[in-house]
Design a protein around this ligand. Sequence first.
Ligand code: ZN
Ligand code: ZN
Length: 252
Amino acid sequence: MLKAFLNLLLPQICPLCSEDTEDGQFCQKCLSDIRLITSPICLCCGVPFISQECEDHLCGRCIKKEMPFSIARSIGVYEGVLLDAIHKFKYNGKNSLAKSLVKIMASAPGMRYHKIDGGIVFGKTSGVVFNNSPDLIVPVPLHKTRLKERGFNQSLLLARGLARIYNLPMDYLNLKRIRATDHQVNLKGKDRLVNVKGAFAVEDRDAFKDKKVLLIDDVYTTGATISECSKVLKKAGAKDVNILTLARVVNL
Ligand SMILES: [Zn+2]
Ligand SMILES: [Zn+2]
């Protein structure tokens, strides 16, 4: 009775298509519309290859230039329902979507993990693979003026959810965005690199010394932001930086 009453007050609907659902999370139809990123992908930056007739290998960009991180992986292609969900999450202040989005990240095939001595390794069943176990989860920070505008840091909410699921410590205080930057959305290629250059700094270097860091962001576009963060973390003594994003822009 109580449940029925609560349902009347707060209808449990899919946040994307407004279909009735059991728990107010994404419905099966919307979930199945997300295009998951699977092999063949670039071994380093995780970009999916158009041809399905090959093994995972380094992409042209990663051969030409060594990335400051070891491995970057993303769950789904930044399009359709996933794009819609991230937009609602970020720009319509629907931070209640965080729970659903964390669930999508943690339940993607390659994200199933098993415990090993002193940590976890992620499974080897799809494109989302990390061979080492992170010591620390770190979200890409927002500048305080942007944080004031939006009211929350979307990457922090994702990182916090994952840290809980994987029982890993999270540090959201020691990597800082010290310079407000233009929205990357409005910029192209090289301009994105220039825009984020020098935008990040580490507060307490000891926080990252000899740590294997898993850096979390919502979208991987050109990799400029996460590369800059990775450089700063490495400079502060991080042993290794891996990247995990919810979505990835493909076919730039
Ligand atoms: Zn739906
Ligand atoms: Zn690559």
